[in-house]
Every structure is written in C-alpha cells, then in structure tokens.
Design a protein. Sequence first.
Length: 123
Amino acid sequence: MTYLGNKLKELRGSLSLYEVGGDTGIPRIEISRYERGQHLPTPKNLQKLADYYEVPYEDLRVLYFSDYFSEENVDRPVVLKWALTQVLNSMEMNIISAFRGIPVTKQGEVQERLLAMLNEEAT
C-alpha cells in the first residue's frame, strides 16, 4: 500500500467501494486500485474523493507526492510521466501548485527530473 492508498482506505471506513463509486462517479475498481497503490488518481478524481470524504484536497495531494518520494516506490517513472503530461498539457494542474505539497528541499530534484524527461522526449 501507499500513504495515499492507506488514507483513502481509512477514509472509506465501513463504506463499500460500490457506495463510494456510485456517489463519486469513479469506478469502484479504480478506487480499489488507488487504495492498493496500483493506480494513481487523476487530479480530478483526487478532488472528487477529497470532496466526498470532506478533507482538504491539499492533504491528499501531499500524500500523493509523499508516495512519489518514498524509498519503496518502484513506479516513480509513472508518476513523473503523469506530472510531465499534466504540466505540458496545462491540464488541471500547473507546476507551481504541483510543488505546494513537495518539501522545498525536493523541488529541485523534481525540476531536474522533469527537464531530463523533456530532453529524452526531444531526442
């Protein structure tokens, strides 16, 4: 599991995946994958879950990025590619708001990785 996945499962409590999925419009299988750390929610779905559970979106996003910097995270390229896509397409998230939940000491690392990916894509 992941920090975000654990929190989502905790917030769901005794509610079923069917209930949460029906109320949020997010397929129950996706919610299950988020909770198990198999998929990463889009910013839109993360916002829906934050609204549904009545928790600040920023709190969930901080957990999302905590998972990214976790030593156990083997899916960093997936997270990075997703972040790069969001930045390049200017969809639902911009680079400044993306850094709000990241410790200042890690922001340079993220910038360097984004630039490296841009360079790889360009060649």
